[in-house]
Ligand binder design. Structure first.
Ligand SMILES: O=C(O)CCC(=O)C(=O)O
Ligand SMILES: [Fe+2]
Length: 349
């Protein structure tokens, strides 16, 4: 159950990157610690993460993408934004001020680099192909593609290490979640929240005051999210008293949180905690997407969530036997109906 926390706990996952491997004792300690935080706050900072990318590397990759001309980004737009395009699940989505001014963000979504073996069989007329390949700008325009693919692989590896610790913490063998890795659909999402002139600055607790949002309150739908957030601030997590707790920037850390499906898999032991993002205020001290100062139109916040996702056909069962299962593809399609970046006027998902 979520508790009345007033800040996020910090979990040092340094041992996961140790060249000599993690000792059984370190694994037990980490596993217990992760259980405790996911059973209470559902959110934590991970420090000493085993990634070869520094924060600035990640944010620069992302800034390079968002600094591309609008027409280059729109060449990668999902079909909901460009009818003639084939890509439905991967690719670019522009800001949609007319649809949701409190969800003002543009994003670029990347799935696994290697093609997914199993074909989609859920519904031949489905409007979303979860297993579709990535779309990329031309190499001359965005030479950073190999780095983004590498970042994806490193985050997937970290997520799978965390999942094996979580399996143990739930009284299961460490390979309990290994089937989730088969044809995993994990998504690396680059996000840019444009700064808004009307947004209030400051990041104190804000349970009552009117705040301008760029991402409305939600829980993540899936298993596990690993988030790079830049130093702009704005992510807030709701505690059991209904207070919005700010999650200030911690250099080189990742924010990790549990999604709805993992809360279910854990038999309700872990919590999927509500969170939201305050609109970044226009300010001359914030960095622009090009990394330059004072580029008024482009100033904003960059974040890079990585959503660990099982394969489309994966049977996701609760650790408590007899609770039945859900097929991951069906779960995600049902959730997509509620996501602003997947709304359009066509029929079925
Ligand atoms: O940008 C952030 O800090 C959080 C984004 C988020 O919650 C999401 O994309 O689900
Ligand atoms: Fe989220």
């Amino acid at each position: 159950m979520t508790t009345t926390f007033s800040s996020l706990p910090v979990v040092d996952v340094g041992p996961l990157g140790s060249p000599s491997g993690t000792s059984p004792e370190e694994e037990m300690i980490l596993s217990k610690r992760l259980y405790d935080v996911f059973a209470t706050t559902g959110f934590a900072y991970l420090t000493n993460v085993p990634l070869s990318f520094k924060h600035e590397d990640v944010f620069n990759l992302s800034r390079k993408f968002f600094a591309l001309p609008e027409d280059e980004k729109m060449k990668l737009a999902k079909r909901s934004f460009r009818r003639e395009h084939k890509n439905t699940y991967r690719g670019y989505f522009p800001t949609q001020p007319e649809l949701a001014s409190d969800n003002l963000k543009e994003g670029f979504e990347i799935g696994p680099a290697k093609p997914i073996r199993a074909q989609s069989t859920i519904s031949p007329c489905s409007k979303f192909n979860l297993a579709e390949p990535n779309v990329w700008p031309d190499k001359n325009i965005l030479p950073e593609r190999p780095n983004l693919e590498k970042l994806y692989i490193e985050l997937q590896t970290l997520a799978s290490k965390l999942l094996s610790l979580l399996a143990v913490s739930l009284g299961k063998p460490s390979d309990f979640f290994t089937p989730y890795l088969d044809d995993s659909l994990s998504t690396l999402r680059l996000l840019h929240y444009p700064a808004m002139a009307s947004a209030a600055s400051g990041s104190g607790s804000a349970s009552t005051e009117e705040v301008k949002l760029s991402c409305t309150p939600h829980t993540d739908s899936g298993i596990l999210t690993l988030l790079h957030q830049d130093s702009t601030g704005g992510l807030e997590v709701r505690n059991s008293s209904g207070e919005w707790v700010s999650t200030p920037y911690v250099p080189e850390s990742l924010v990790v949180n549990i999604g709805d499906l993992m809360a279910k898999v854990s038999g309700g032991r872990f919590v999927a905690t509500m969170h939201r993002v305050r609109a970044p205020a226009k300010s001359s001290s914030a960095a622009s997407v090009t990394g330059q100062q004072s580029d008024g139109a482009q100033i904003g916040r960059i974040s890079v969530p990585f959503f660990f996702e099982p394969g489309e056909h994966c049977l996701v069962r609760s650790v408590d036997e007899d609770e039945g299962f859900v097929v991951y593809g069906e779960h995600v399609r049902a959730k997509m109906k509620t996501w602003v970046e997947f709304q359009d006027d066509e029929d079925e998902n």
